[in-house]
Design a protein around this ligand. Structure first.
Ligand code: ADP
Length: 441
């Protein structure tokens, strides 16, 4: 309850009190004594209330004030009212700070608040994980004593925070963090660290990719350019045999460039593809018989024995153009990388409710150290040999992308001198079995 203080009322009460005392003094015929006693009584009453106030403020655990009357009732209620108001304000402030901290905890970045002396005032959970800070142990410690990377220390001390820096994480050297510092308020700083490892890697990959493509295109262009310069000088100076060889070489180099560009286009089409795998059923047996004809043409020189074992009733949900690329890349690789008269087995079968495709050859095989890198773009075990076969180093990268799109994974088993087996499975959800037609041929 709010009691507005009225000095008139207080004065009125005091006047009435002393009027009564004077009357009593006159009646008892001892005014000075009565007045002295009445004043002492009044003083004692105030001292008593002062004592109770002191006890309530400092020693009592009760929130409600002691009972009193008159001016003291107003004082007690006033203090009680102020206390309640402060308590509510504190609660509101506490809730605000809590909400702010929860918001900062939910940030996807590490955040640290640093005071004017460079000491940590607060940090969020990600800062503890990414920057290795301990909370509350590190409160008040200098940030540059805890993040000691020279580049960060220099950045922190130079005081120019208009651009971010990228530095390895103090907890994991494989990670790259981007540090940003934002000054705010009374010389305080907000340090935000973001994990940019993936972005940096992608940027590296992009640079490598451009460098690789340029390199791959430059080599055939240099050959073509060489011949063209020679012919430009004097075409009649060369014998027909040399001219024939030159034209064969130029045609081969042009085909190489063409094939590289085609592969690049397939790769980018797969990457950008928004087609859904679950919409269409691909008739893999028909697809494989088309690839079989192409394989026969490609096999004319090496005369491998190629055996196709295909379950004619087994189909899958998927994207036909992509699957054609994946199947043919694996089959043509086996033809390319198996010495003449080899044996290549191509299989399409049901394996524990999952459709399986495999290509097995008895070629030279691949050393273990290369296996994990084979699906990287432009990765080739033997660059010179691969180029001779017209390989761009993109075939298995295409296969990997296609399979990722179809929720599958390329499995490679290979042993040097024994041969290789490339295979993959489609999940039961993508596998379609036509039980009437299902048989091997
Ligand atoms: P390329 O276009 O050079 O064939 P790929 O990505 O298709 O590129 O293959 C990458 C490398 O994997 C090839 O350069 C080759 O060294 C190796 N490779 C692929 N398939 C086979 C295989 N069946 N036998 C041996 N090595 C293979």
């Amino acid at each position: 309850m709010y009691y507005p203080y009225s000095w008139l009322k207080t004065l009125g009460r005091l006047t009435l009190y002393f009027l009564l005392v004077i009357l009593l003094g006159l009646y008892l015929d001892g005014l000075p004594v009565t007045l002295t006693i009445a004043t002492l009584l009044l003083l004692a009453l105030h001292y008593w209330n002062l004592y109770r106030l002191n006890r309530w403020l400092w020693h009592s655990k009760k929130m409600t004030p002691p009972k009193a009357r008159g001016v003291w009732e107003q004082i007690y209620e006033g203090i009680y009212y102020l206390q309640r108001r402060n308590r509510n304000k504190r609660k509101e402030l506490g809730a605000l700070v809590k909400r702010f901290r929860e918001g900062a905890e939910a940030l996807p970045d590490a955040a640290v608040v640093v005071d004017a002396d460079g000491c940590i005032s607060w940090c969020n959970r990600l800062a503890r994980i990414e920057l290795g800070l301990c909370w509350p142990e590190d409160a008040g410690r200098r940030i540059d004593n805890l993040i000691r990377h020279p580049q960060f220390v220099e950045f922190f001390h130079q005081g120019e925070f208009s651009y971010p820096i990228e530095v390895t994480s103090p907890t994991n050297i494989e990670k790259i963090l981007e540090y940003r510092i934002m000054p705010y308020g009374d010389k305080h700083l907000l340090l935000v660290a973001r994990d940019v490892t993936r972005v940096t890697q992608l940027e590296e990959m992009r640079k490598d990719f451009v460098a690789n493509v340029s390199h791959e295109l430059r080599t055939p262009l240099t050959v073509l350019n060489g011949y063209l310069e020679m012919f430009n000088a004097d075409m009649t100076a060369y014998p027909p045999a040399f001219m024939g060889k030159a034209f064969t070489e130029m045609t081969a180099q042009t085909r190489r460039m063409q094939s590289l560009i085609e592969q690049l286009l397939i790769l980018s089409r797969i990457e950008a593809s928004a087609e859904r795998v679950y919409e269409k059923i691909v008739d893999v047996p028909t697809l494989l018989s088309a690839i079989k004809i192409e394989a026969r043409t490609l096999n004319q020189e090496k005369q491998h024995k190629i055996e196709f074992t295909v379950d004619s009733g087994l189909r899958v949900f998927g994207i036909e153009t992509e699957l054609r690329s994946a199947f043919s890349n694996l089959i043509f690789n086996a033809i390319h990388y198996t010495p003449a008269n080899g044996v290549i087995q191509v299989g399409w079968r049901l394996d524990k409710k999952r459709a399986e495709f495999f290509v097995q050859d008895n070629g030279e095989g691949i050393a273990e150290r290369h296996l994990s890198r084979l699906t990287e773009r432009f990765y080739r075990v033997d660059k010179a040999r691969s180029r001779k076969t017209g390989g761009s180093g993109l075939g298995l990268a295409i296969v990997k992308h296609v399979l990722t799109h179809h929720n599958s994974k390329l499995e490679i088993d290979s042993e040097v001198g024994q041969g290789s087996r490339f295979s993959f499975h489609f999940s039961p959800e993508l596998t379609v079995v036509d039980s009437h037609a299902s048989n091997q041929n």
